[in-house]
Design a protein around this ligand. Structure first.
Ligand code: SAH
Ligand code: SF4
Length: 349
């Protein structure tokens, strides 16, 4: 047996990996064996089916100032716009007509969306559609999170971004709170959300040991979803001159996360597709089982630029939902329009 297979088997069985073994995997020049090990686990859990989540970006307003993100409040060149309840419901209707059963509402931290406004949106979606709702709207207070869950929100995506506090404050201003981010993730799990954490790969100042710490958070928190992709610079941010994360690193980490939890819901992200025209297909072959095509409102899609060269900003380009099945067929996969709830430990709806 090769050392790669030996490490993969041992990690899969024990759910523990030493830093030395992690480093070995991350330094592989040929990582096809690692990708195949993870891919086989994905196929065992999900077959060749890829779950579809319809992504609707709802706001380019954000009160935060994460140094890496184009939506950061200090970016005066960003056109700010948001969707009203009616506009959001139109996108939900469009998703439903495509047969999509999970909608992801994502946006900057925008106080326009008061708790009552959000509950009203949820109520309308839940009473009219059989649709799982994922929220990705940043941090909110615990009372809000509880109410949103009661009103039918099923899942919440909140990347932790980095599990190293020192690194956290190199990529976020001190007004933001590392401990609140992590506590919120634990709270989301406790409230019964299918919870997603995650990080950017190759973010400025990130060291290999940071990614190992991220993996250990994933092993400890046991999220139902993990969202990860490469850091990509945005020209109107302080990190404009940093290089984007390496696709090889992303593909290795994706496989390692799959081995950590064979049932985890793991998207091949838009950022991955943005640094390589076949990035998302490569992500699937490394163990991903989810795609999140942008089905949002056109006016916002043009403007919602977290980073440069983001795909999916034009309706007819490669992020188009209608082309996905063709792309997947080429690599032996197909889309699944099931809700795709988490099927590991615990009961989640
Ligand atoms: N405001 C919410 C959701 C929108 S941002 C939040 O922050 O949770 C969604 C994700 O986009 C972030 O978690 C971050 O990991 C990612 N992102 C932001 N800027 C990015 C960049 N320059 N490159 C790659 N990913 C980025
Ligand atoms: Fe706002 Fe999220 Fe961008 Fe941070 S990553 S600036 S919270 S939209």
């Amino acid at each position: 047996m090769t050392r790669t297979l030996d490490i993969c088997n041992n990690f899969y069985k024990t759910k523990k990996i030493s830093y030395e073994d992690f480093k070995f995997l991350m330094e592989l020049t040929d990582f096809s064996e690692l990708n195949k090990f993870a891919r086989d686990l994905t196929i065992k859990s999900f077959g060749n089916k890829i779950y579809i989540r319809g992504l609707v970006e709802i706001s380019t307003y954000c009160k935060n100032n994460c140094y890496y993100c184009g939506l950061r409040n200090a970016n005066k060149n960003m056109t700010r716009m948001r969707l009203t309840k009616e506009e959001i419901l139109k996108r939900v209707e469009a998703a439903s007509l495509l047969g999509i059963k999970t909608i992801v509402l994502q946006g900057g931290e925008d106080d326009f969306y008061s708790i009552d406004y959000l509950l009203d949106i949820l109520k309308s979606i839940k009473s009219n559609y059989d649709m799982a709702v994922t929220l990705s709207l940043g941090e909110r207070n615990f009372d809000d999170l509880e109410k949103l869950k009661e009103f039918g929100a099923n899942r919440f995506l909140l990347r932790h971004e980095t599990y190293d506090e020192e690194h956290y404050y190199k990529i976020h201003p001190f007004e933001m709170s590392f401990s609140n981010r992590i506590e919120t993730l634990y709270k989301l799990k406790e409230l019964g959300y299918q919870t997603g954490c995650g990080m950017m790969i190759g973010s400025p100042y990130q060291k290999l040991i940071n990614l190992y710490e991220d993996l250990n958070l994933i092993l400890k928190l046991k999220p139902q979803m993990v969202g990860l992709g490469p850091f990509i610079p945005h020209h109107d941010t302080p990190f404009r001159d940093f290089p984007h994360g390496k696709i090889s690193d992303v593909l290795k980490i994706l496989s390692i996360v799959r081995i950590a939890n064979e049932k985890v819901l793991l998207p091949a992200t838009t950022a991955l597709g943005s640094i390589d025209s076949e990035g998302r297909e490569k992500g699937i072959l490394a163990g991903c089982n989810v795609l999140m095509p942008n089905i949002g409102d056109e006016k916002l899609r043009q403007k919602y630029r977290l980073y440069d060269n983001k795909i999916g900003t034009e309706v007819e380009n490669s992020d188009d939902f209608l082309n996905l099945n063709e792309k997947l067929k080429k690599i032996g996969y197909e889309i699944s329009l099931d809700r795709g709830d988490y099927k590991g430990d615990g009961r989640y709806v």
